[in-house]
Design a protein. Structure first.
Ligand SMILES: Cc1ncc(COP(=O)(O)O)c(C=O)c1O
Length: 413
């Protein structure tokens, strides 16, 4: 099979319609949509019987290993609309030494830093921009904590669209620069991501920009869903016991939960599900607060702060979808301190040679905390999400100066 067969071959589309995630109200596919009339995310629904007949484990195994191998479960109907930068499968990497220290049976990391633009945001944005292309969009706009804006900029350029990106002024510098380097207009805003989102909504009204905010258009979640499809296949259709996901807007957690239902409808997995754990930072934990109080919706977290910029999201439009999935799975939401995040990043790098991003570090810190609180069992097979390459973040300067002319104390080196 050609290396790019998933991008070029004609394959059947099974999209039926879109559905309001709160009320179930139905909307036609193949038109531009934002939120539903109830102000909630729209979910894409497929003819899963049709997809089941077209997509077996054997068919999948013969296809090139990239995100587009799942075409029958994705919204892009026509291969000509696919906008790709090479969305390869990401590896599942064990952390054996960290696991040994914790007395844990199996500790795995899905390392999303290998994707284009160095983060899992590529999955959502490649889908959203491909659909925007199919729908004739010319200008997209988006609020971002950094990585999503970088992916949006790259794919928009690839599709020859304009991109207007708004980020909090203290967004990691590398993100702001890579957004600009990939041809987008990027604005540093004196506010948090939800306030950037308000500017995008206003610009969408005044300038006709297509609003790609998390869950405010229906297709980023379909791209993020591929994390669940992919990990199921990689693990031979046996899902892990627990998945720890660093939760900001929560698209990935919601998307994976949807993926598992679709895989079950296709007969590829049974009714078993992992316990889903929403990980947040102690300085911004609206989902944890709502989980603990039994609420279905989360209130805004004031004065949000954390070193893990990607999960500094004070309010999520899909809050109830995150909380529903976490509860239905028997999982939980948990907050970790910045110091624990930094210690986890340092340990995974030093012990097992895997450089996590701070958000990925948060999942490792959360797992350790969950063990200490008796929320996880050591015999569980646990999968952590490292959502971006650790290389995007400032690292401590630990280089030691050495004068080549000497004298060099070789025994001390
Ligand atoms: C590295 C990283 N991890 C996690 C997240 C949170 O992802 P989600 O919005 O799917 O909850 C982000 C979002 O910006 C991120 O950049």
């Amino acid at each position: 099979m050609r290396h790019d067969a998933n991008l070029t071959a004609a394959r059947p589309s099974f999209v039926r319609h879109l559905e309001c995630s709160l009320t179930g109200e139905i909307y036609p596919a193949d038109q531009r949509h934002g939120l539903s009339a109830a102000g909630r995310p729209l979910l894409v629904r497929y003819d899963l019987d049709g997809a089941r007949a077209a997509l077996s484990a054997t068919v999948l195994a013969q296809r090139p290993r990239d995100l587009w191998r799942w075409r029958e479960l994705l919204p892009v109907r026509d291969a000509a609309d696919i906008v790709s930068l090479g969305e390869q499968d990401t590896p599942i990497v064990p952390l054996p030494r960290v696991a040994a220290r914790l007395g844990a049976a199996e500790l795995l990391v899905k390392d999303e830093g290998r994707l284009p633009t160095g983060s899992f945001k590529a999955r959502g944005l490649v889908m959203a921009i491909s659909m925007a292309k199919a729908l004739g969009v010319r200008v997209i706009a988006m609020p971002t904590n950094g990585n999503a804006g970088a992916a949006a900029a790259a794919y928009a350029r690839r599709a020859d669209m304009e991109a207007v990106i708004f980020c909090p002024a203290d967004t990691p510098e590398i993100n702001v620069r890579e957004i600009a380097a990939q041809g987008a207009r990027v604005y540093r805003v004196d506010g948090l991501i939800d306030e950037c989102g308000k500017l995008v909504a206003e610009g969408a009204k005044r300038r006709g920009w297509y609003d790609l905010s998390t869950l405010k258009e229906p297709y980023r979640i379909e791209g993020k869903k591929t994390m669940g499809l992919e990990l199921a296949e990689q693990l031979d259709w046996r899902l892990p016991d627990m998945i720890f996901y660093p939760t900001g807007g929560g698209t990935g957690l919601i998307g994976m939960w949807k993926a598992f239902d679709e895989l079950e409808a296709l007969g590829l997995i049974g009714p078993e599900r992992p316990r889903m754990v929403a990980v947040q930072a102690a300085g911004c934990a609206p989902i944890v607060r709502a989980f603990e109080s039994g609420a279905r919706h989360a209130t805004r977290w004031e004065d949000a702060h954390t070193v893990a910029a990607g999960i500094r999201v004070p309010q999520a439009v899909g809050d109830f979808l995150i909380l529903d999935a976490v509860r239905a799975s028997g999982g939980f939401a948990i907050a970790v301190e910045d110091a624990a995040i930094e210690a986890a990043v340092a340990e995974a790098g030093r012990a097992d040679g895997l450089l996590l991003c701070p958000e990925g570090g948060a999942t490792l810190a959360a797992y350790e905390l969950a063990l200490a609180r008796g929320l996880a069992r050591r015999e569980d097979r646990v999968l952590l999400f490292n959502c971006a390459t650790g290389l995007k973040y400032p690292l401590p300067d630990a280089g030691r100066p050495l004068a080549k002319a000497g004298p060099i104390d070789w025994d001390a080196l």
